[in-house]
Ligand binder design. Structure first.
Ligand code: BG6
Length: 321
């Protein structure tokens, strides 16, 4: 008992030193703040001088808020979201790794979204792009328990950057750190929930005429007929070999989200609609109207890394009126 509470104190002290160092090293005025979020979970807040802001929980390296310079929330988080590990948080930007959906033996969407990540106080490769922004580097390495369900050693670094004009960048690098010469294969997605005024006035552009796998029909392959996608019922498709830019038009707000991506060839478009929403304990019955997921992903062709190899993926979100 005493050992475990002194362990806890040491851990808290470690966090405190860690975070104080982070604030001292990387903050310009109030740009980076470490604080407690819902249920006492640690979260990092990034703020830009023009008023935009991002919040990311260490639990899941989960971005739960992205606000523009006018203080408007751009991401959807369910009013019923449960911030209680190991339950994943419903909304924001969950990370699906090392498995997308049920494409493997792990739980749905893998385990990265259910793990406590750490802050890297000594981040490498600070380029001019991130130097102009406000950023935090989060790290995930497997625990002995993780190795029992996925026997591969890796280091996953995600740099969350809030750019000077309020763009949100997620730059991921995943390295195979296995010393036994074993390769591994994974699928991946940034499962972004965008906040929209009403799904009936939303158009997803950039996926027209592309092939997709329909998750509602056993991943049957089909070809999109239209230029812009509109959603009028449950929708769950993996679009394949998509362009580096996809946009989401919210007609009522006259706002367009722009999704730019590298290393993430696929794009999932998901809305549970009414009937499925009713079966989800952490999602309000009519909340399907106010969200759409457009997920930058690598699914059709899983990524394989030999020991020492590294994969990089990048997602940039911005808005234009
Ligand atoms: C999407 C999948 O990415 O995530 C859907 O395509 C799934 O099939 C949805 O229902 C939500 O998944 P979860 O595990 O967060 O409920």
């Amino acid at each position: 008992m005493i050992a475990s509470s002194s362990c806890q104190i040491m851990r808290s002290l470690h966090f405190f030193i860690f975070f104080s160092a982070l604030i001292t090293t990387y903050s310009t005025s109030t740009a980076v703040e470490i604080t407690k979020g819902i249920n006492g979970l640690d979260k990092v807040i990034l703020r830009q001088t023009q008023g935009s802001g991002v919040e990311v929980y260490l639990y899941g390296a989960h971005v739960t808020s992205w606000k523009n310079g006018q203080g408007q929330e751009l991401l959807f988080v369910s009013s019923k979201a449960i911030f209680d590990p190991p339950k994943p948080i419903r909304g924001g930007i969950p990370i699906c790794f090392p498995q997308f959906s049920n494409l493997g033996t792990l739980q749905s969407h893998g385990f990265a979204r259910n793990r406590l990540w750490t802050v890297d106080n000594n981040p490498p490769n600070v380029t001019s792009e991130v130097a102009n922004g406000v950023f935090v580097d989060l790290l995930l390495k497997p625990t002995e328990e993780d190795l029992k369900i996925w026997p591969h050693r890796f280091e996953f670094r995600m740099r969350v950057t809030l750019g000077p004009t309020g763009d949100l960048m997620l730059a991921s690098s995943i390295k195979n750190t296995d010393a036994d010469g074993k390769l591994f294969t994974f699928t991946f997605a940034h499962h972004t929930y965008f906040s929209v005024s009403n799904i009936s006035g939303v158009e997803v552009k950039g996926l027209g005429k592309l092939d997709y796998l329909d998750n509602l029909k056993n991943r049957e392959r089909a070809t999109e007929v239209g230029d812009a996608i509109t959603i009028k019922s449950e929708f769950d498709r993996v679009y394949l070999s998509t362009p580096t830019e996809i946009s989401i038009l919210d007609q009522e707000k006259k706002r367009t989200f722009v999704v730019q991506k590298d290393g993430l060839p696929d794009a999932v478009v998901w809305n549970p609609w009414e009937a499925k929403a009713k079966t989800m304990a952490d999602f309000g019955e009519d909340e399907f109207k106010y969200m759409v997921c457009v997920e930058a992903a690598a699914i059709e062709k899983p990524i394989t890394l030999k020991p020492g190899e590294e994969w990089k993926g990048r997602l940039q979100l911005s808005t234009r009126l």
